[in-house]
Unconditional design. Structure first.
Length: 248
């Protein structure tokens, strides 16, 4: 893969664990400088990246709080200057029947899963446009194609992410910025393993063309490609990285 990633700055949301941790390590290995954010501290990951010769900054942000997202973006621009690669990875995935979803819970899901990606793109796209180079990579989900019961809020938000991806790609394509989404299948990491029963992982595994459970590292190659110069003519796309499952 040909890329000039050195000295490019990548922001990864939800970097404290799960997919975000793997994404950050892969981008650091590619030579990107990292900005890591999460509601939980990312300092340990930043230290790990620096110990391996990379550069990383950790800044806390509560993505469910619109005002905090805007404060974070302003603070980041003041401290770092600009973002070249925005990875909107953070997600909130409550499991609740339709009748049990309060207005407050619905709003929290939307704030984290679609409002924050929009606000961060809105904050950092102008700088990308000035440099005529930028990558915005959103995380969709295979749940939108076959959502199980109890996932109404999450599936709706992730379908919104797909619409946002297409709309931003249309608006920013003439400014040197690509906008794409990665759609994972059910991926095992500490957070998902703690909240999803083993039989769900097994059921998904058996429906996939590649019959093994997806791991975070299975997604990092797609991320690295979409963040690179090699993806310059790809935008507005949803890349399904789910072992051929195309469903939850």
């Amino acid at each position: 893969m040909t890329t000039n990633s050195h000295k490019r700055i990548a922001l990864v949301t939800g970097a404290a664990g799960g997919l975000g941790h793997a994404f950050a390590l892969r981008l650091a290995a590619s030579g990107h400088q990292l900005v890591l954010t999460d509601r939980e501290p990312c300092s340990a990951l930043a230290e790990e990246i620096r110990a391996n010769g990379g550069q990383a900054h950790a800044l806390d942000c509560d993505l469910s709080d619109t005002a905090d997202v805007q404060r974070f973006a302003a603070r980041m621009l003041d401290k770092i200057g600009h973002i070249d690669v925005l990875v909107n990875n953070a997600a909130f995935m409550p499991h609740a029947a339709m009748g049990d979803i309060s207005a407050a819970l619905w709003r929290q899901v939307m704030c984290v899963n679609i409002d924050a990606p929009f606000l961060l793109a809105q904050a950092f796209a102008p700088g990308m446009a000035q440099r005529r180079w930028g990558r915005i990579i959103n995380l969709a989900s295979s749940t939108v194609w076959g959502p199980p019961p109890g996932m109404a809020a999450y599936a709706a938000s992730k379908m919104g992410v797909i619409g946002l991806t297409r709309a931003l790609a249309s608006e920013l394509g003439g400014q040197g910025i690509t906008v794409n989404a990665i759609s994972p299948g059910l991926t095992r990491h500490p957070g998902s393993a703690a909240n999803i029963p083993p039989e769900a992982f097994e059921g998904v595994r058996m429906r996939q063309f590649i019959p093994r459970t997806e791991q975070p590292e299975d997604l990092t190659g797609a991320l690295a490609f979409l963040a690179s110069d090699d993806s310059a003519f790809i935008t507005g796309q949803v890349l399904n990285v789910d072992g051929g499952g195309f469903g939850f």
